[in-house]
Design a protein around this ligand. Structure first.
Ligand SMILES: [Zn+2]
Length: 185
């Protein structure tokens, strides 16, 4: 795998949190849609225009109001494009992530752990074997670069376990076996 990891100007990453997009992986490049989502106005997890956002905020029509982030919340993402696994860089490795915060509890996994998103929904099915192997190789590459132990390679849902709070997500999907993933590293 040819992935050039910048070794200068990065934070001292202690671990990796894997996510899924919980959306289907299309045949073509879907990463841009994730970037667009995170950098848009959102109400209850749907993209809205700035005008809609301001109107509905004033009228309190909605529950979760999110302003555009400065960049995609993840440091990178993987997906199958025309059946072949590819990797995309996300936000700078010098920046803390916006992927694993637990409101009113802790932001530790945003500040200390890299956030990588695999596009697809792995609640009903596990990742395609090609993508699984690719994710393992990417993880090993990042582990080497930042001297990360496999114990610190976790799934988003395990963030809640580590913080001793109830799981709020199944991410990166019920069918993504994290013990198996770590054992394969
Ligand atoms: Zn997640």
């Amino acid at each position: 795998m040819q992935i050039d990891v910048p070794s200068k100007g990065t934070r001292n990453w202690k671990g990796i949190v894997w996510h899924h997009s919980a959306s289907p992986d299309g045949r073509t490049k879907d990463w841009d849609a994730i970037v667009r989502y995170h950098t848009s106005y959102r109400i209850d997890f749907d993209i809205v225009t700035r005008d809609q956002y301001e109107l509905r905020l004033k009228e309190r029509k909605g529950t979760v109001f999110q302003e555009p982030w400065k960049d995609v919340g993840y440091h990178g993402g993987t997906e199958l494009v025309e059946g072949e696994p590819v990797f995309h860089w996300g936000r700078s490795l010098a920046s803390i992530g916006a992927h694993a915060g637990v409101a009113k509890v802790s932001n530790l996994f945003n500040s200390d752990y890299l956030g990588i998103c695999c596009i697809g929904n792995f609640d009903p099915i596990s990742p395609d074997p090609k993508l699984w192997e690719f994710n393992l190789r990417l993880t090993r590459r990042l582990m080497d670069e930042f001297r990360i132990p496999s114990a610190n390679v976790i799934g988003h849902r395990e963030v809640f376990d580590r913080l001793n709070v109830p799981r709020q997500k199944t991410c990166p999907g019920n069918c993504w076996n994290l013990d198996l993933f770590r054992a394969d590293l």
